[in-house]
Design a binder for this molecule. Sequence first.
Ligand SMILES: CC1(C)c2ccccc2-c2ccc(C[C@@H](CC(=O)O)C(=O)C(=O)O)cc21
Ligand SMILES: [Zn+2]
Length: 328
Amino acid sequence: MATQSIKVDSKEFEVKQYDFPTQQIPRLNYQDPKAEKLIENGQPVILTGSDLVGSAYHWDLGYLCSNLGSGKYTVYSSPDGKFKYYDEKKLPQNKSFKPPTSNSEMSFQDFASKLRKRDSKEFIYLQQSLNDTVGKRIVMDFTNFNWGWANETQKRNRWGPLTSNLLLVGMEGVITPAHYDEQENLFAQIQGYKRFLLFDPNQFDCLYPYPIYHPHDRQSQVDFDAPDLKRFPNFANAKAHEAIVGPKDVLYLPMYWWHQVESLHGHGETISITFWYKAAPTVKVVYPLNDGQKIAIMRNIEKMIAEALNDNDSMPQFMKTMVLGRYT
Ligand SMILES: CC1(C)c2ccccc2-c2ccc(C[C@@H](CC(=O)O)C(=O)C(=O)O)cc21
Ligand SMILES: [Zn+2]
């Protein structure tokens, strides 16, 4: 895989090179009116100086081992370093589906010692919502997040409620392949560096998501390392935005924006915390609809048709019959 080196803040990073062009995402101080404008317009921006998780800047493996208590944590494991999320609730509808990753519950101490062993034939990625099983010092760090700013941002942009904070601890080199989420996300980086490749929701027709009843719903079918341009010809027109997110950075990752995330080599394991918010309620429909609203409509139509047919195997034929040759 070809790599290219990019410079951010006088630091050099070796990143995988893909075929599509990339443009940099702006890095702005969190109080810059331009940054607030970008968030209001649902545009990604890296925010500096917010100290959103300032009370967790000292979190490293050792501290977490000593203070996360003996609770069990969900650890994903992948042979090739790719962690393609799948929805376990959709497995019954897809008998032939083979999960590309496995997961197990283990103590943080066990996870940390597996990380240190670094046997590279297995990549591991801890993903766990912060809950009350954690030790009291972690709870104190959590309560000391910059909630004033987070709540003000949530209110100003009329986001819905905060749904979860996920603690993520990834081995160098882990990759979360391209997908989109249906929530607004303030992504806070504590340790290590993550490279985000983001795609505007209007690139939906370049990224070919799985059918919505598929366990990989919301994930792109395109393998970025070996794109099948016969099946996915429009991928050749994809245009990415790029952001290297480092310690103390907060990336505003707007709902419906596609993202692929790589934990960069040479900077140690990555520690991140996500703040997911439900979407702003649509008070009054304003035309023309924005791209996110069109994605929501497509998803609802797919769900209704799948339900009406009550047979996922007949979806491909039905969908093709409905549009092929008619909406050219
Ligand atoms: C891959 C993993 C560990 C996973 C496995 C199984 C179920 C869910 C998830 C899940 C959810 C979120 C992330 C964080 C981030 C990607 C990144 O930082 O790697 C991202 O996509 C986002 O913040 O929206 C990572 C994961
Ligand atoms: Zn995501």
